[in-house]
Design a binder for this molecule. Sequence first.
Ligand SMILES: NC(=O)c1ccc[n+]([C@@H]2O[C@H](COP(=O)([O-])OP(=O)(O)OC[C@H]3O[C@@H](n4cnc5c(N)ncnc54)[C@H](O)[C@@H]3O)[C@@H](O)[C@H]2O)c1
Length: 376
Amino acid sequence: MSPLHDSFDGAYRGKRVLVTGHTGFKGAWLTLWLLELGADICGYSRDIPTTPSLFEAAGLAGRIRHEIGDIRDTSHFQSVIASFKPDFVFHLAAQAIVSQSYQDPVETVSTNVVGTASVMQALRGVRHPCAVMIVTSDKCYDNVEQPWGYREIDPMGGKDVYSASKGATEIIAHSFHKSFFSAPDSLVRVATGRAGNVLGGGDWAADRIVADCIRAWMSGTIVQLRRPDATRPWQHVLEPLSGYLAVTAKLTTAAKLNGESYNFGPRAEQNRTVVELLSDLARIWGFDAGHQAYEALPTPPFPEAGLLKLSCDKALMDLAWEANFSYAECVELTGEWYRDVLKGGAAAYDVTLRQIHTYDQRARTRGRAWAGVARP
Ligand SMILES: NC(=O)c1ccc[n+]([C@@H]2O[C@H](COP(=O)([O-])OP(=O)(O)OC[C@H]3O[C@@H](n4cnc5c(N)ncnc54)[C@H](O)[C@@H]3O)[C@@H](O)[C@H]2O)c1
């Protein structure tokens, strides 16, 4: 038995968990973590979105029930739910790339908004207790460029199509909750999770900063930076995942969480410029100086919203959740993953698993509420 089984109060041990978007970046990390927590997993995704991918590199298809399908195909998705009978559903499937939303805005809206409506509609057929996490984004908020953090009660919005699709996903999820799942005895309980951009090993998506760097460095070229001085609240992929896992576990015992939304963001000290991040990653990768690794582009290729900060007080109050890693730990684990797997030849599965254990172990030592009892 994995030493992680007692985290999240053992809520996932021996339970059936359906993950949509399990072949994507966050989905693959979540699948591996849930396996370590002792869950039986069914993944549902349209495709394997990148080559290479963490999902394939870690050989996850052989460790779970792996379903290929489109979340907008409600009857197919419903048939998978009916046969698998999940205790938990994590909905991560989405068109998640901002640049892609400029190329095909209708497909982005269709996948993210109609797709989520289809998932919620399929859940109406569930006849057993089922706790559901709908993953959206910090971009769901109407970004008014305020200097303080957005709270869960702030208005939804979106000045670009990707952001609007995430705001609309939130509204759709809440409307289904109010219409169909809000009764005190509802078998289905739903919460939504809002987090910003994440870093971590095994991300190969287009136009993501770390993936772009690693691709360039692997091919011996210098990476071109869109916005070198932009400040971002960097956080490791395991941070929002610990938040999603904490809320969804608690949904099973605390009915008052049904219909709630939670922000999961890093502490303010984790804000760094793109250049700082790149120079730290370049050092871990093995460059002697930053200019060997990157150069700044003069004009950004498409507009992007300014800094968006999340207030995570609600997660702290209701779940005692707080960020577990510092900026330094986030960059260290991300850089080490790519270095060890791509330059060192280590197995992606082993490195990912080792990092999940590191994250859990440090959470125990630091007394994070979701982590099990600290071991000596
Ligand atoms: N990665 C980030 O930095 C980040 C930041 C904020 C929010 N998010 C959100 O987290 C979730 C997961 O993001 P990610 O980075 O892992 O995305 P990803 O692009 O790596 O993976 C997307 C997944 O969705 C699946 N998918 C896409 N369209 C589908 C469809 N029509 N039917 C079924 N499956 C479909 C893909 O097959 C893949 O498994 C998304 O909702 C995303 O918007 C991600």
